[in-house]
Ligand binder design. Structure first.
Ligand SMILES: [Zn+2]
Length: 254
């Protein structure tokens, strides 16, 4: 199984529009971060977690040509705003399966009403096949069992997903003990770390590292990173062994 980091930035992306911050001005490709998403694939399946405003660019850059499903973590725009750009996949493949919490599906129905329209639908609009993700109910995608892991983004429930010994958690601020049980014996954990300064709804670096120390995966990658984390190369130097800052277009094999 391959995991391709389509985007590793926080909600505004890096560079931030109009910013003179040195990280936003950096020439290092690893300091350019699109909105957070991963593409997970092998010869049997190809799906993404989240579909943010950079989705089109991410599909072109990664070379993804088949989309079996989109798994949503939550409804915030940096994770969902690219949904219209599934059109080329829809034209080739038909309805694109989406997996999300009922609350997220209801939110998408409001914001992308034309996608969910049944009567008098505009011919160019894409369609999706709705699959509700329910806490503590695993589901199967291709030949993989997906384990939803519930985390809290401030007061908002968010799903992370475990697939084999890989787990992807974004926008975490807190997690309950019962959900932590689902993260035992991981080879690779991806988790959000915004910046060094604390934040009300996202792990800062210290919280992310404490979480990693608790979960004890073999390797961890940090994502959903703000320009305030500093330059990639410098921030990476400060991390413990087997903890890495993810960067856009990094691909790992699990
Ligand atoms: Zn986010």
């Amino acid at each position: 199984m391959k995991v391709y980091f389509l985007g590793t930035g926080t909600s505004q992306g890096i560079p931030v529009i109009g910013s003179n911050h040195s990280v936003c001005k950096s020439k290092d490709a690893k300091d350019k971060r699109l909105r957070v998403s991963v593409w997970i694939y092998d010869e049997n399946y190809s799906f993404v977690i989240d579909c943010g405003p950079d989705f089109r660019q991410q599909m072109l850059t990664s070379g993804c040509t088949k989309l079996d499903a989109i798994l949503f973590t939550h409804e915030h725009a940096d994770h969902t705003a690219g949904l219209d750009d599934i059109r080329p996949f829809f034209f080739k493949q038909g309805d694109i399966p989406i997996y999300a919490h009922k609350r997220v599906i209801d939110n998408l129905k409001k914001r992308f009403d034309y996608i969910f329209e049944i009567e008098n639908k505009y011919p160019g609009a894409p369609s999706v096949a709705i699959n509700e993700v329910i806490s503590n109910q695993n589901f199967v995608l291709g030949n993989k069992t997906i384990i939803p892991v519930e985390v809290m983004h401030g007061n908002l429930q968010v799903f992370g997903y475990r697939i084999d010994n890989f787990a992807y958690l974004t926008d975490v601020k807190t997690i309950e003990a019962g959900e932590l049980e689902k993260l035992k014996n991981l080879d690779v954990l991806v988790v959000n770390a915004l910046r060094e300064e604390p934040h009300s709804t996202h792990f800062n670096l210290e919280e992310a590292l404490n979480f990693i120390a608790l979960v004890k995966p073999k390797k961890s990658y940090l994502t959903h990173i703000s320009h305030l984390m500093g330059f990639h190369e410098e921030a990476q130097q400060k991390l413990p062994k087997n903890v890495y800052l993810a960067y856009d277009n990094l691909e790992i094999s699990i």
